[in-house]
Design a binder for this molecule. Structure first.
Ligand code: NDP
Length: 386
């Protein structure tokens, strides 16, 4: 039986890995909707190759170009934010949410509200909207599956029938490109150094988040949203080889881990075939040549993002949304070479001190908090850019 799939953020790193798997088995998958932000040519090429029903470009100014590129095909085209939401809710059995940042919030909600399987790579909406996304899934009957390699690993090891028997979740972190740098060295790093992740090949925003370890902070919050475990029972350990993708410890002392090559096609394939399994072209792990696995505690002084994320998680309410919005602003400013690397966490901290709104009760509140937090972050940033 063919499975209908939609990919939100089809032109990105996760989108490309997802398409690689889907296009290997054209009889098994049928593409409903594909979306991108501005990469018209890439989006059009993918839509042609996969015979997609619907292609959406978020940047509406690019719509005429997309229309031209797909003329003569059966693919319907549209542009703008409303069209993104329409694509997300266009009836696929399986939807990959791989837009970057909170720009994915409304599309994720639309996908969850229609039911079916929604695969979250796009972690920022879950961080910011908190329980609102799982609650919407409960109402619609949607199944949320995690594509993030750590959460996918936990999902594979977690005993959902006996969550009280779980003592700890341990999230592994490669440590990013600056894991062995001193604070003084980190102060002067360039964008090029920061996006060059030692293990994973990813989009620019998550690469910077991995370098500050904010990515692990966002993952800490994501884990608390996805698994019934108290925040204090979720720990982070540095593991430079990125072979163990995360672990679950049980009350009897057993630790279960999922291992694999650092290639996102493994967790994505797990969600595509779940509860079955499917073949992937991922290189099998060669344990003998890996030889050893290293672990170390993260350094809170060099990586303050971890502390900020934990504080946001423990405080709850709107704190994670403020943390995330400020981080998105600060990362964009760093990528645009307006601020220095260590100022990213400083801006997040300053924004959290300036803005402490009430907990959001609806998605509209999350969007308003996100917007307001961004303007506070822009203010906080002025100290560094002026
Ligand atoms: P990329 O930057 O590679 O791709 C992002 C995708 O989203 C692109 O298709 C891009 O379109 C689209 N996009 C960007 N901004 C907008 C917007 N404002 N509106 C609509 N679409 C937009 O990111 P990644 O694939 O690396 O990451 C995607 C998500 O998955 C992130 O949340 C990340 O944290 C998460 N993730 C990624 C992993 C990875 O290995 N890459 C691992 C685990 C999680 P265009 O190409 O036109 O710009």
């Amino acid at each position: 039986m063919t499975r209908s799939v939609s990919i939100l953020g089809a032109t990105g790193s996760i989108g490309t890995s997802t398409l690689d798997l889907i296009e290997r088995e054209p009889d098994r998958f049928h593409v409903v909707a594909l979306t991108a932000n501005a990469e018209v040519r890439k989006l059009a090429a993918i839509a042609r190759r996969t015979n997609a029903e619907f292609a959406v470009i978020a940047d509406e100014r690019r719509l005429p170009e997309l229309r031209d590129a797909l003329s003569g095909t059966g693919t319907r085209v549209a542009g703008g934010e409303k069209a993104l939401v329409e694509a997300a809710g266009s009836g696929a059995d399986w939807t990959m949410a791989a837009i970057v940042g909170c720009a994915g919030l409304e599309p994720v909600m639309a996908a969850v509200e229609q039911g079916g399987t929604v695969v979250l790579a796009n972690k920022e909406p879950l961080v910011s909207a908190g329980e609102l996304i799982p609650q919407a899934a409960q109402r619609s009957g949607a199944t949320i599956l995690p594509a993030d390699s750590e959460h996918n690993a936990i999902f594979q090891c977690f005993d959902f029938e006996r969550p009280e028997r779980v003592r700890r979740i341990v999230l592994t972190a490669s440590g990013g490109p600056f894991r062995d740098y001193s604070l003084a060295e980190m102060a002067g790093v360039t964008v090029e150094q920061a996006v060059a992740h030692p293990v994973w090949s990813m989009g620019a925003k998550i690469s910077i988040d991995s370098a500050t370890l904010m990515n692990k902070g966002l993952e800490l919050i994501e884990a608390a949203r996805l698994f019934p475990v108290a925040p204090k029972r979720i720990e982070i350990i540095l593991h430079r080889q990125s072979v163990i993708h995360s672990l679950v410890e049980y009350v009897d002392g057993s630790m279960l881990a999922q291992l694999g090559s650092p290639d996102m096609r493994t967790p994505i394939a797990h969600t595509l075939a779940w509860p079955d399994r499917m073949e992937t072209p991922v290189a099998p792990l060669d344990l003998a040549s890996i030889g050893r696995l290293d672990f170390a505690a993260p350094d809170p002084e060099r990586f303050p993002a971890l502390r900020l994320a934990r504080e946001a998680l423990e405080a709850g309410g709107a704190r994670p949304a403020v943390l995330n919005a400020a981080n998105e602003m600060a990362v964009a400013a760093f990528l645009n070479r307006r601020i220095a690397f260590l100022q990213i966490a400083a801006i997040v901290e300053e924004t959290m001190q300036r803005y402490d709104p009430a907990a959001p009760g609806r998605i509209e509140d999350v969007i308003a908090i996100d917007r307001e937090a961004r303007s506070h972050a822009a203010e906080a940033m002025k100290v560094f850019v002026d």
